[in-house]
Design a protein around this ligand. Structure first.
Ligand SMILES: [Zn+2]
Ligand SMILES: [Zn+2]
Length: 178
């Protein structure tokens, strides 16, 4: 599955390329483009946050065999949750991920490594959703649901064997439909 990462707005240089290079198979980070989506249209001034569902709607639909993931610095929410690290259209090949809550300190060398690792884990999580995976009970599986930034550190940027099996089944089903 080819993954196009679309990095929105103000982000550290090479962030998209770093995340793209760290994605586990069967995902291949093919492109990390600096994208222009109308994020301001999705901004909720009363919450000072971006509506993740609206942002997801703004993402262009991927062509077959591709997944689109937008990476943003904007703080995302989905009612009734106070915030989310990301959101995906289940099985629809599109997702958004935010590093607003995942950030560890400033973007100096050590903090950026810690922040990038969290961002990779949550990107892998959303990628799983984009191809139809649901949440997993295995604590260190990328598909385990994390409610706090520190909980993301307990996960691996990879799928447990059961999720990987399910992932291959989902991808197989999609390619048979094509
Ligand atoms: Zn999830
Ligand atoms: Zn799992």
């Amino acid at each position: 599955v080819n993954v196009r990462l679309i990095v929105l707005g103000e982000s550290p240089p090479h962030l998209g390329a770093t995340v793209a290079a760290a994605l586990p198979r069967p995902f291949f980070g093919r492109e990390a483009t600096q994208g222009a989506l109308p994020v301001s249209r999705c901004y909720d001034a009363s919450r000072a946050q971006v509506d993740a569902s609206l942002l997801l709607d703004e993402l262009p639909d991927p062509r077959p065999g591709w997944v689109h993931i937008a990476i943003t610095a904007a703080d995302l929410f989905v009612p009734p949750l106070a915030y989310v690290f990301g959101l995906s259209a289940l099985g629809a090949g599109k997702g958004v991920v935010s590093w607003a809550r995942l950030r560890v300190g400033e973007w100096d060398e050590s903090a950026s490594a810690a922040t990038t690792r969290r961002l990779v884990v949550e990107t892998v999580h959303e990628l799983g959703h984009t191809v139809g995976l649901i949440h997993c009970v295995v604590p260190d599986c990328a598909m385990h649901r994390s409610l706090w930034p520190e909980a993301v550190d307990l996960k691996q940027p990879a799928f447990c064997p059961a999720c990987l099996d399910s992932l291959h089944a989902q991808i197989g089903a999609v390619s048979r439909m094509a």
